[in-house]
Write a protein that binds this ligand. Structure first.
Ligand code: SF4
Ligand code: SF4
Ligand code: SF4
Length: 150
């Protein structure tokens, strides 16, 4: 995932200067590892959640991050089968962490509970991914215009 506001031709525009990494108050931006050429930024939700403050874009002098041109964050959370609750281990950390209340749990047999996620409510902030002890949250792109990976 590129930072919010990433243009469609992000990897051609971004210089890899790293100014966005320094500007992010949540410190969730990293340099893409093992990539040829300049190390371009990625969002890493294991480090925290995005507040969509736009500080990264304001620091970007190349225009690679341009929220005016790309106003929507194209990512939505999805919960995978490694969710602890699906195995009967008591955990609803993601539901507790989700401010827009996009995650609910449905009781199943055997003490298990299945998470359901409403994509219409999900802002893609990453708070659930940061909170999940099992790393069970991944992200899907809902807007193919923004580059996913290089
Ligand atoms: S919008 Fe703000 S919190 Fe999100 S990656 Fe950019 S600087 Fe960080
Ligand atoms: S500030 Fe802009 S040009 Fe520099 S690394 Fe970040 S996105 Fe790329
Ligand atoms: S990404 Fe944010 S809004 Fe979406 S389910 Fe996770 S915590 Fe809720």
């Amino acid at each position: 995932m590129r930072p919010p506001g990433a243009q469609a031709r992000f990897s051609q525009i971004c210089s890899g200067c790293g100014d966005c990494l320094l500007a992010c108050p949540e410190a969730i931006l990293i340099r893409q590892p093992d990539a040829p050429g300049p190390a371009l930024p990625l969002v890493d939700f294991t480090l925290g959640a995005c507040t969509f403050c736009r500080a990264c874009a304001e620091a970007c002098e190349t225009g690679a991050l341009c929220p005016e041109a790309v106003p929507d964050w194209p990512w939505s959370a999805t919960i995978t089968d490694t969710c602890l609750s699906l195995s009967g281990i008591a955990c609803q950390a993601c539901e507790d962490a989700c401010e827009p209340r996009a995650i609910r749990f449905r009781l199943m047999t055997g003490g298990r509970a299945a998470p359901t996620l409403d994509p219409a409510q999900c802002t893609g902030c990453g708070e659930c991914a940061f909170t999940c002890p099992a790393g069970a949250v991944s992200f899907e792109q809902r807007d193919p215009l923004t580059e996913a990976v290089r």
